[in-house]
Design a binder for this molecule. Sequence first.
Ligand SMILES: Cc1noc(C)c1CN(C)Cc1cc2n(n1)CCN(c1cc(N)ncn1)C2
Length: 397
Amino acid sequence: MHSLTTLLVASLATLALTKPVPQITTKGFSVTGTVAKPLPAYPVRLARVYEKYGKPVPSNIAAAAAAATETGSVPAIPEESDVAYLSEVNIGGQTLTLDFDTGSADLWVFSSELASSYTEGHAIYNPNKSKTAKKLNGATWKIRYGDGSGASGDVYTDDVEVAGITVKGQAVELASKVSSQFLQDPDNDGLLGLAFSSINTVQPKPQTTWFDTAAAQGLFAKSLFTVDLKQGAPGTYDFGYIDSSKYTGKITYTDINESQGFWEFTGTGYGVGDGNFQEQDIDAIADTGTTLLLMDDSIVEDYYSQVDGAEVDQQQGGYVFPCSAQLPDMILGIGSGQATIPGGLMSLGAVSRGSSSCFGGLQSNQGVGLSIYGDIFLKAVLAVFDADNKRFGFAPK
Ligand SMILES: Cc1noc(C)c1CN(C)Cc1cc2n(n1)CCN(c1cc(N)ncn1)C2
């Protein structure tokens, strides 16, 4: 960066830290007198300028950015057989456990607007019991997921706390209808979408995800979150920072294409066990809301051809194999690196209690043309969803 720019940035930095500035609140401007309380955005924006040009962030700016922004971590608790992972969220003083989903962009909840026969066993959100709820008049939503499940209803805004970080005025979509798949899952009180807000289903005006609302309010020094899921054990979602103790080696990044609203990238190929790596473009999304690893039939058939006794079980709806089988590792090329999914993670366990037949973690994407790198993949890595730089990263752990 040549001297003029340095001078400019430095003067901006000084300005931001000394000049009394109007305190922007959600209700517009109010001047806070002579107290020089820099806008959260300034030091954060300044830190980003330095980062953008690959320069070290001066300690006073980094300190100001850190003081003005938030980070947080929340456990991700696996449901039975790791079919989904649930995390606590507080909405207007009410605690629910939601499925954080990087494959969708609606924050919806089981609510007081559902028939009580549908809410048994669930925590529900009742806006009439919240001091901060406001109805978003005229707004409705309706979502359909890849497996045919879905829900619909109307919309309020309220204060939503995730990982100790509170976002004011967040759109909360109340379910007045949910499909049968959700009724079978008593611990799941709804979803918190972490895909791009461009695919939010609220009409007439789509709303932003909790993460995008928080980022727009300048709450994060770095607009990114990490996902650390584990097989049969609690993991974490971290917001605004990368915890270096959660991975080994280095993080490998690949650019994402957000035009479909997903964390979508082009994988570089795959390998089965210690076999040859097959270089091929794989259009993939990183999706915490999908249990499995869903890929093209050719790859699925290649993988199970190396598993003795593996076969398609129509009744179970996919490949099964003897639970005694030694499963090969699955290697996924991403960016300049390769993610290894150990064979032990490539199973969802016995198809039913006591059965010796196990359900494969890798299944067909039914030819939809997109591969879905779901929880089976995410259990093998520390995943970084970096919105600032429009990139997805992974590291061994
Ligand atoms: C998950 C899951 N899988 O088997 C069961 C049972 C569950 C849990 N149970 C509540 C049923 C269910 C179905 C869905 N979910 N939960 C979460 C959202 N869904 C997604 C998200 C997404 N990104 N992509 C595809 N579908 C479908």
